[in-house]
Design a binder for this molecule. Structure first.
Ligand code: GLC
Length: 567
């Protein structure tokens, strides 16, 4: 415990020096909370901890998959979604995925579960807390790991803390950030500019404004409630907020969660005169969450959801004392550029720009998640070109600023974005599975699910185009993977075969070594580990390409051919 206290002290001091409570008293409260969680950890989980390699998440056979429990089992009645997922693990193991991110399951008021009302209660539509624990147990018994969202930047305005603050409880008022004016702080980005602009939510009962980065019940300019809920940002300047959220994290760790996805982590700390994103205090907070987690659940790891420029993104790995994994949000649009425009140069540029990032970082390599595809980190010309390609093919805009003529985000399933071209989709998978680290797949990618405009009939969702890709995977659709000749069968078997290929070659998890191919459409790289070396050429264009590679000679590559050989 003394060691824990020694490590806590400077971190708490950096955030809370000068507050009413002494740092020693604060340390006491944190240590007690962490101790209590350690004592509460079950003997089964403690036994698992002892047998867990702390680097398990880097294993080359790990393949991640993200799903919504309700959309994965749409036929199951309310209350049975979690149980239905538990009974359907065969679908996931057939595909070959083994680290499953189950999107929010807790009691929530909206934003597809990201407006959490109660961190201790499972959404009754999905099932119970016992069902969730049984699901986690079944995952572990079947060799699967589970990732859950840790929504730590905000709570719904129906959460007990927010309700107490609305009722002017002096203790809880200070859990949030208030203003007498709706005037935005200059330089702070608007995350949902179309339907929840700015960063203040009007609270009628208090006749004041409260900080809200995401959904606002009553955004500036609305006379009446626009949504039946809001997401209120937590005030981490108040140590009681941090303590409360550490408590939440540790309780969930004691359910047996393997990966905690730090939702919207860049926004945790606000400082006037800054962009209020990825401030130094955010990193101190992440260090504190990491320290608390590893003290209780040494095998559990943190995943950063930080859609930031690469230079800021790599900071989330700290000195090995922040997150273990981050989504590679900069590689994501580079992959899309390759498979749609046939231009591969951004991939090596992104992956070699920061050599230090390659050593320390472990990435989830993704092409889509449940959100929009962000074009924010691209230069303006490329963002305009890519969005033009997608919108002309049936994708929807997201985050369209009035002053700009193209959106900063694109909503659509992979198959829609690729205009139903299975060759491009397969190439995208081949790249995700071979570039290195851990590949991630979003539910339905494997079946060629397309955009569904049904969300437009729901007044609460119709303005949030991300819902276009939150599509149910009913039994009929899943079963079509067994019908020879169907798109579903073709794609599912194509992906499961590629995943099996990836698992046979441990070197594929290693970072790539790029070489020149002389053609902007052909990406060339090699992979090496102690067992094997592979050389890969990926023709990302619709045309045949002839390349001459030193040591390999002349290669003629068919359209979209992915060529791989022992090097
Ligand atoms: C993250 C989630 C997104 C959600 C937002 C607010 O970005 O991925 O779906 O709307 O956080 O919680």
């Amino acid at each position: 415990m003394d060691e824990l206290r020694e490590r806590l002290r400077p971190l708490l001091d950096a955030l809370y020096a000068g507050s009413d409570e002494s740092i020693e008293a604060l340390c006491d409260r944190f240590v007690r909370r962490i101790e209590a969680a350690r004592t509460a950890r079950s003997p089964e989980l403690k036994a698992l901890d002892e047998n867990t390699d702390p680097d398990w998440y880097k294993a080359s056979e790990t393949v991640a998959y993200v799903l919504y429990a309700d959309l994965f089992s749409p036929e199951a009645p309310d209350g049975q979604k979690i149980n239905a997922l538990r009974e359907n693990l065969g679908y996931l193991t057939d595909l070959g995925v083994n680290l499953i991110h189950v999107l929010p399951l807790l009691k929530s008021s909206g934003d597809a579960g990201f407006a959490v009302d109660d961190y201790e209660q499972v959404d009754p539509r999905f099932g119970s807390a016992e069902d969730l624990r049984a699901l986690i147990g079944a995952f572990h018994q079947n060799g699967l790991r589970i990732a859950l969202d840790f929504v730590l930047n905000h709570v719904s305005d129906k959460h007990a803390w927010a309700m107490a603050a609305k009722n002017d409880d002096p203790h809880y008022r200070n859990f949030f950030l208030w203003s007498d004016s709706e005037e935005p702080w200059p330089g702070v980005p608007s995350v949902f500019p179309e339907f929840a602009p700015g960063h203040w939510d009007y609270v009628e009962k208090a006749d004041r404004w409260v900080w809200s980065t995401f959904y606002k019940r009553r955004p500036a300019g609305s006379e009446h409630d626009r949504f039946p809920f809001a997401q209120w940002d937590l005030n981490y300047r108040n140590p009681n907020v941090l303590l409360g959220m550490i408590d939440t994290l540790l309780k969930q760790a004691n359910w047996g969660v393997d990966v905690f996805r730090l939702d919207a982590v860049p926004f945790l700390w606000k400082e006037q005169g800054t962009s209020c994103t990825s401030l130094p205090q955010v990193h101190t907070l992440v260090k504190l969450f990491r320290l608390a987690l590893q003290s209780v659940a040494p095998g559990a790891v943190l995943l950063a959801e930080a859609n930031q420029a690469l230079e800021q993104l790599v900071d989330y790995f700290g000195e090995g004392d922040e997150v273990q994994i981050a989504y590679h949000f900069t590689l994501m649009p580079a992959l899309w550029q390759a498979v749609t425009l046939g231009r591969t140069e951004s991939i090596p540029e992104v992956l070699t720009r920061l050599p230090r990032a390659l050593d320390r970082a472990h990435w989830w390599v993704l092409s889509e998640v449940h959100d929009d595809l962000s074009l924010e980190m691209l230069d303006e010309a490329t963002a305009r070109e890519l969005s033009g390609y997608f919108l002309a093919g049936g994708a929807l805009p997201f985050r369209q600023l009035e002053a700009e003529d193209f959106p900063r985000g694109i909503s659509g399933t992979s198959f829609t974005l690729l205009r139903r071209d299975p060759r491009r989709l397969r190439l995208l998978w081949e790249l995700k599975l071979s570039l290195g680290w851990t590949p991630l797949f979003y539910m339905g990618e494997e079946l060629g699910v397309e955009n569904d405009l049904g969300f437009r009939d729901d007044p609460e969702r119709r303005e949030d185009s991300r819902f276009v890709k939150r599509v149910a995977l009913g039994e009929d659709r899943k079963n079509r993977r067994g019908e020879a000749g169907s798109t579903e069968a073709h794609l599912f078997h194509s992906l499961s075969g590629l995943i099996a290929w990836r698992k046979q070659h441990t070197c594929l998890a290693q970072p790539p070594d790029f070489f020149q191919t002389g053609s902007p459409a052909v990406l060339g790289f090699s992979k090496q580990d102690a067992h094997e070396r592979l050389v890969i050429l990926a023709n990302c264009s619709e045309a045949q390409q002839t390349v001459t590679i030193p040591g390999l000679g002349v290669k003629i590559l068919k359209p979209f051919e992915f060529w791989c050989d022992a090097g």
